[in-house]
Design a protein around this ligand. Structure first.
Ligand code: SN0
Length: 315
């Protein structure tokens, strides 16, 4: 593994999940692997779980960590090649990123999409600038289109909880007051689609995700039909991909409630968090014993740790 930005950077998903499970059993086994190595975590956007879990994972490997909120504390960066920099941006990304690479052995970066220009967001300009200019391994901490550390933690969680060899996993859209990225659902569909699961995605019309990520999924617009017999229900809002970045529906009936969970095979409820309670999911579901959200968040440490371990060993 040279960088970690999508499932495509992983040779064998089940081996990686198994290795993460072994790390979970013995998190301090490799506490000297990262000695004298520095991880830089660069945030263009807010974070709670990603920041803390990745920091903890690095500490478990003996690394030291530097965190910077470039969105707030840094110079405004220019990403355009050849720009005449007489505007608001004080520094070109290629200079700033090359400098960060001088201080760090691995860099993690979070850069959400702007949800205005689809081609620009899906070109992953910020993430790819880090890969191009940092000269060190790059870990995506959620890019414009994908959130691989979350998806890996989701797979670790489902492998812990599954009761059958090939569980039915339902990714359900739910309404939200704001326009959110497609990164979490794209990434979840990509990872689950590559594993041993039956994946069904349910959403209102006009919420189709980019086909490149959902090719191994069945799309079912009737949420009740989709939920029937599910072993895992993964709720998430996303904004429209076709009418890019827009909210196409505010229909509250997509909320995951106890009634809907009754249609499933005593499914576990999953969400990446942060979640809008009683909008995306009712308190009765997220506070029930079937809720896996805290376990998922806990597994973020081992998802980050297995990735950092591999990057330290191979670079
Ligand atoms: C982000 C998203 O990609 O949907 C991060 C999830 C890990 N979520 C949000 O921005 C939620 C913001 C809100 O107002 O609920």
């Amino acid at each position: 593994m040279k960088h970690f930005t999508s499932v495509q950077d992983v040779k064998n998903i089940s081996d990686l999940v198994l290795e993460a499970q072994n790390i979970k059993k013995n998190p301090f086994l490799h506490q000297n692997l990262g000695k004298n190595k520095t991880l830089g975590l660069i945030f263009f956007n807010s974070s709670l779980r990603t920041r803390l879990s990745t920091q903890k994972a690095a500490q478990n490997l003996g690394m030291s960590v530097m965190v910077m909120n470039v969105g707030q504390d840094g110079w405004q960066l220019e990403f355009e090649e050849g720009a005449v920099m007489n505007g608001a941006a004080a520094e070109h990304a290629k200079d700033a990123i090359a400098v960060m690479g001088q201080y760090c052995d691995i860099l993690g970066v979070r850069s959400f999409p702007e949800l205005k220009n689809r081609d620009l967001d899906y070109s992953e300009r910020v993430l790819n600038s880090f890969i191009k200019y940092a000269n060190v391994p790059i870990v995506s901490l959620e890019s414009a289109t994908l959130h691989p550390l979350q998806s890996l933690a989701d797979l670790i969680t489902m492998e812990e909880l599954k009761k059958t060899a090939c569980p039915k996993v339902v990714l359900s859209w739910a309404a939200h007051p704001r326009a959110l990225p497609q990164a979490v659902p794209n990434s979840f569909a990509q990872w689950v689609g590559a594993g041993n699961y039956e994946l069904v995605i349910t959403h209102p019309k006009d919420y189709e995700l980019a086909k490149e990520f959902t090719k191994n999924a069945m799309i079912e617009h009737d949420q009740d039909k989709a939920l029937a017999g599910a072993d895992f229900v993964y709720a998430k809002n996303w904004s429209s991909y076709s009418d890019y970045g827009k909210i196409a529906s505010q229909d509250p009936s997509w909320q995951i409630t106890s009634e809907k969970m009754k249609l499933t095979n005593k499914a576990y409820f999953m969400h990446c968090l942060p979640v809008r309670r009683n909008v995306i999911v009712s308190d009765s579901v997220i506070d029930s014993p079937q809720s896996a959200v805290i376990r998922q968040a806990g597994n973020r440490v081992f998802s980050a740790q297995v990735v950092l371990k591999n990057l330290l060993e191979n670079n």
